[in-house]
Design a binder for this molecule. Structure first.
Ligand code: ADP
Length: 316
């Protein structure tokens, strides 16, 4: 299958800051791909290059089989910095954006009504954008990104600023657009979200790709090094089980996670845990993307940097 996005050996710096370094990246046509990494990893910079807003210092960027610039009208783009035309009415704003992408007004009007229904905002067509809440504005901007029915949809942090209900609505639409065969790339630093909806993951850190593959394949690479325990006594001490490290940010939760050291037999550890404390449940689990990512950072940049990333991710 051809790739919807093909980035080869791309670098981009801003002054002394190397935002993207020798990046190779391929997004297969029809995939729903999460573009992950902590703040400052280089996600927005990469996306802006895909949208021809900025240009690579070196390397090549191909989108939908042509140059990024030529493909522009076939891409739907939700930028990280949100902005609707404040004085325009919602219907007028989305119609204006759709027309810029070459769709006729008569088609757009019907489509806009249907979409406003779909995002549970049927009553706002004639309201000025500035009258809407932040979450509503974001939904409107999301509609503006997809109203021309693009083949490729690029969303920069689509869930940031949305409450859980609205995030679910947008997540449902993203899934539906994917089912229709569109290619979707979305960036997020909230890894559990990506884990739920993506079938492919690309992770970058400090401008470099650190992981690329299906969610299952990535998890299998690190499988099965985590044990999840639900102890009867939440305050029990499992920090001294030989061959394991307690994942610190789970200590206050009902389920404690213990990471197995290399070469340690999981079954033996399970036995030791139940001998140490009564448990409601215990199982070997696939690592979360958070865990996988922290491990990657630890390998590349050492444990201090990994601890910092763990702290960042637990604050999301
Ligand atoms: P992410 O989207 O993963 O959070 P960015 O691509 O926004 O990361 O940023 C990558 C790095 O490049 C950061 O160090 C950021 O400060 C820097 N950067 C991004 N855009 C600019 C810019 N226009 N001018 C200067 N530095 C920038």
């Amino acid at each position: 299958m051809t790739a919807a996005i093909e980035i080869r050996n791309v670098s981009k710096s801003f002054g002394d800051t190397k935002a993207v370094i020798d990046l190779d990246l391929e997004v297969p046509t029809g995939s729903l791909c999460g573009f992950l990494g902590p703040n400052g990893a280089g996600k927005s910079t990469t996306i802006r290059m895909l949208m021809s807003i900025i240009h690579a210092d070196s390397g090549s960027v191909q989108v939908l089989g042509t140059s990024a610039l030529k493909a522009k009208d076939r891409i739907g783009y939700l930028p990280e910095e949100r902005g609707v035309y404040r004085k325009m009415k919602v219907g007028g704003f989305v119609e204006y954006i759709g027309k810029l992408k070459g769709v006729r007004s008569s088609i757009l009007r019907k489509r806009i009504d249907e979409w406003l229904e779909r995002v549970e905002l049927p009553e706002i067509r004639n309201r000025r954008c500035e009258e809407l809440s932040k979450g509503m504005q974001q939904k409107v901007q999301f509609l503006a990104a997809i109203i021309h029915e693009p083949e490729l949809i690029i969303l920069d942090e689509p869930f940031s600023g949305l409450d859980p209900v609205n995030a679910r609505v947008i997540g449902g639409i993203i899934d539906e657009l994917h089912q229709q065969g569109r290619t979707i790339l979305f960036s997020t630093h909230v890894l559990p979200q990506a884990e739920q909806i993506c079938n492919r993951i690309i992770m970058i850190d400090e401008g470099k790709k650190v992981l690329d593959g299906t969610v299952n394949a990535i998890q299998a690479q690190f499988d099965p090094r985590i044990i999840s325990v639900e102890p009867v006594d939440k305050n029990c001490d499992l920090s001294k089980i030989a061959g394991t490290t307690l994942v610190e940010n789970t200590i206050k939760s009902n389920h404690l996670l213990l990471r197995l050291d290399d070469q340690i037999d999981a079954t033996e550890v399970l036995r030791k845990i139940v001998q140490t404390t009564p448990v409601r449940g215990i199982k070997i689990v696939k690592p979360t993307l958070d865990e996988v990512f922290i491990e990657q950072v630890a390998r590349r940049r050492g444990t201090k940097a990994a601890d910092q990333i763990r702290e960042e991710l637990s604050n999301v």
